[in-house]
Design a protein around this ligand. Sequence first.
Ligand SMILES: [Cu+2]
Length: 676
Amino acid sequence: MRNGFKIIHIILNSCLIIAGQSITTAPAYSQSQTPDSIHREATLNEITVTSTLGTNRKVTGKGRSASIEEHLLQLGHVDMVRRGSYAWEPIVNNMATERVSTTIDGMKIFYACTDKMDPVTSYVESGNLQRIRLDSGLDGNPQATGNIGGSIDLKLRKTGFDAKPQKYNVTLGYESNGHLQVYGADAAFSNQKFYSNLGIFYRHADNYKAGGNKEVEFSQFRKINTFLNLGWQPARNHIIEGTVIFDRATDVGYPALTMDVSDATGFISSLSYRHEQLSGLFYRWETKVYYNHITHNMDDTHRPDVIIHMDMPGRSSTTGIYSLLQGTYANHQYQLNYDAYYNTLFADMTMYVTGAKPMYMLTWPDVGTFNQGLSLSDDIQLAQHHHLRLSAKGSWQHRRINNDEGFRALTIYFPGMEQTASTLTGRIALSYAYTNNGWKLALGTGYGNRTPSVTEAYGYFLNNTFDRYDYIGNPHLKNESAFELNGSIGWHSETVEARLEANTFFFKNYIIGTPDERLSPMTIGAEGVKVYHNLPNAQILNTTATFNWQLFSWLRWHHQLAYSYGKESTHARLPMIAPLTYQGVLKLFWRNLESEAGVRAVARNSKCGAKYGETPTAGYAIWHFNIGSQFQVGKISATLHLGIENLFDRYYSTYSDWNHIPQKGRNLYANLSIQY
Ligand SMILES: [Cu+2]
């Protein structure tokens, strides 16, 4: 079994959460998703779920109607930057998008908003997904590049061949706060030669209310998502699969920003060929080609106090391929992967000044990035209790500013800069785990680097509402590198599980924006201009202590305490580092009912990144309660979830709520999912 704390899964289809220690079961959809096959598939993918504690249970939280962000939040190591009630940005190990790789079934996809309003997780829907794979730190999934903090792979839900004949699914959800409504329906057809599953999801919310019944303006959204998966097996073990996802969000408010989004549209497609049951050194070979396109349009026409109206569209498209070989030999389990993609990012801005000609600016100058990489990993069972894992990847990247006008604009600030840039990056990670008699000890290390993001290298006067600076990218940036150390020690018996874990990242050439007094801002009211620079070094440390106690067969008590720390070379604190957080949850089980009551208590983050414009957030404690049940009526099986969030209607915001926008006040929800 592999180093459990490094890889954490969440299984969406039936609200299964496999978070290192707890596994709940009862997949509602198809035979290929039984717990056994999850384990099998997990093993084949070299993903291991450490241990199963307690009895297997069915229902948690909001079930199928939960958003992807809510599912992600259930994982350890993950937090969210919230700029509104839609499209939150995942943070892994206190690192945001630039240091995290996000893929969809191994496909690269890049957001299209210069203000990070559309993290790629916002272009899929819970109903599209089977599970989420999260790898912490530099030991990434085969397709991940630039993953210093971690890598997220969103695994699509495909019915597979020979699934059960019955396959209709309806999901309904309602939340009192903001009148959030969720409607979903999907269907699946399957035999030995062919399968198909398709579905549609719709979400709609009005403005939500913060604690004390205070309405948060511009927090509404609307989203529609539809998907189709097809599988064909012309000959045994030769499988051709195709996927199409279309996702469109409209009228999305961003209370933390000065603009909203009129529409954000994602089109995701792939075609793959898989050969199973190969003989020899490899048992599986999969090759996938894919294409995705995102368009993003910002909108300030609904804001009351706009001085200069602006149009700010962005688009991103990615074409790619990967080819993955998986094999096993003696005590080795290995994977070899080649991947290549070409992405273009384009964003511009037109400012309409009254009585003058509109001002036009390229904010992302149509940057084309070609990247190809070769990765390998090997899981070695050294002896009965000893396990070793090695993973490595090398990539070559070539970038070109395809828009000459944009290139010329940047050369004003960076004379002598090149229109193209090529670089080599890589990562290597090694971990060892010892498991014996309820004890588990794991140690790991890694080293890797990343290229600057397009914003960091070529962004042009991008206003950041967090510190109120305009940002300019720096084409002369060096690659940022990090050295990682991680370790954990855990012990479990029939009734108790205790675990301590820590990871730390030592950065070199840490990329962050620093003020440049010589430049004057473009945005009215901006504090000044920041240019991205490499700091000599920085460090991030994350620690977690977990204690779970099975008091009775019907009662389980979970505790988790997490502490993180981040500083840079001048000893100043890094911004957006989570404050001390305690989570306590009591879980009750009775027949087919499961109930949960819990608290999340967070200390004031007095040692925040003041140098980088961060201001402290007050401490708070938020309580929640929920109850869920799964029942059968004839051929129909149904899952019902009822719950209350922010029970005492507290007015609060977390450290990662952009500009301290308040979280939702008391919220009652009810979700029903029916399978036939
Ligand atoms: Cu945007």
